[in-house]
Design a protein around this ligand. Structure first.
Ligand code: ADP
Length: 353
């Protein structure tokens, strides 16, 4: 059978970025994945203008000087940090008719690298955070088996604490698993149209009873004709649930919580239009200097106060870390406005296209 050239459409359907350059590093061919990476202006120009990574460029220069092949791994920091493996290779029989001399192939290996990193983080975090409730549990079990074995009153009290500590461990594990799940596909932007008003209403329904018990009203204000956001409904449910739950936990008994949703021309730090959903409470607020640290894993403003569970709702210090990662996956923005004595406003911006 005679050899026929592979049609362009075939290369375009491959998720791997394939770039072909001439002796002067000019881009002769690029498939769709490559153009997504380089931008469409890259065609016909020196690749150094669109792919500014020294490792790839040095590899390419080496291949153009006669080295058969160079490969490695690079990190692209924007818009979301990605790890790419690359391989530069001289074309057999180069230069071809169209002056092609070398190929650059790039593969996104972010998921694989993240999985490895997360496995290590997860083990370290879990062992650190589980140690204290576990030590408490073991202590109480020993006391119940020994000195307190006949003390009914102590038994009831200890069992109560043991119940709380084991619930805390279970909540920690749940939150850590959610965080890992979000991180694993953070670089894949969700593209479904989501009715955010409905998502918030679902969350309110679940938290209504909790709010009532604390004498706190959940007041929802939604702009008429609020556009749909681009997102993942389950993850957005988690975002609003964490924020409203925090407002209930820290917003002070008897105080109202206001949730406002409106459209915005521009998401802060981006050119995209979107919607802004804010959750405002009238609690004691958060010292301004601590605001940048809120989304760190396991960060709690007041460890003692949040873990003694004034409200009976557990605190892991992971809720806002989860929120941050989900919002970043959505190419949105999280803004926090608070200060001692002024309540707190958490605003989530989400793109609509
Ligand atoms: P968690 O609530 O499980 O401790 P988060 O990551 O959701 O974890 O919150 C981190 C910390 O930020 C909390 O422990 C609390 O100290 C503080 N915080 C969060 N939301 C509020 C709020 N609405 N008002 C005051 N402090 C808050």
């Amino acid at each position: 059978m005679p050899m026929t050239p592979v049609p362009h459409a075939v290369f375009d359907s491959v998720p791997t970025a394939v770039i072909v350059v001439d002796q002067r590093r000019r881009v002769v061919h690029a498939n769709r994945a490559a153009l997504d990476l380089l931008g469409s202006a890259a065609m016909g120009r020196d690749i150094a203008l669109s792919l500014r990574h020294p490792m790839v460029l040095d590899g390419l220069d080496a291949v153009l000087r006669g080295v058969p092949e160079k490969s490695g791994e690079i990190t692209m920091p924007v818009p979301v940090s990605r790890t790419l493996s690359f391989r530069v290779e001289a074309l057999a029989g180069a230069p071809l008719e169209d002056n092609s001399v070398a190929t650059i192939v790039l593969n996104d290996v972010t998921s694989a690298r993240k999985t490895e990193e997360m496995r290590a983080d997860f083990v370290a975090n879990v062992s650190h955070e589980l140690r204290s409730p576990l030590t408490a549990l073991i202590g109480f079990i020993e006391t119940l088996r020994g000195p307190a074995s006949d003390d009914t009153e102590a038994r009831i009290r200890f069992l109560d604490i043991m119940h709380r500590e084991s619930q805390r461990m279970s909540r920690l594990i749940e939150d850590l698993l959610s965080l890992s799940r979000v991180e694993i596909n953070e670089h894949v932007r969700p593209r479904h149209k989501v009715d955010v008003e409905q998502v918030i209403k679902n969350v309110i329904e679940v938290l209504e009873q909790q709010a009532e018990q604390r004498g706190m009203a959940l007041d929802l204000q939604v702009e008429t004709g609020l556009p749909q956001a681009l997102g993942d409904a389950d993850q957005l449910n988690q975002v609003f649930r964490n924020l409203i739950e925090n407002a209930l936990k820290y917003g002070g008994q008897g105080n109202p919580v206001t949730i406002n949703a409106k459209s915005v021309d521009r998401i802060p730090g981006s050119a995209l239009a979107g919607i802004a959903v804010s959750v405002a409470d009238k609690g004691p607020g958060i010292p301004k200097e601590l605001l940048p640290r809120l989304t760190e894993r396991f960060f709690r403003v007041d460890k003692a106060r949040s873990s003694t569970a004034e409200t009976g709702i557990g605190s892991t210090g992971l809720g806002l870390a989860i929120v941050k990662h989900i919002v970043s996956r959505h190419r949105g923005h999280l803004a926090v406005d608070s200060g001692v004595g002024q309540g707190s406003v958490f605003t989530v911006y989400l793109p609509t296209h």
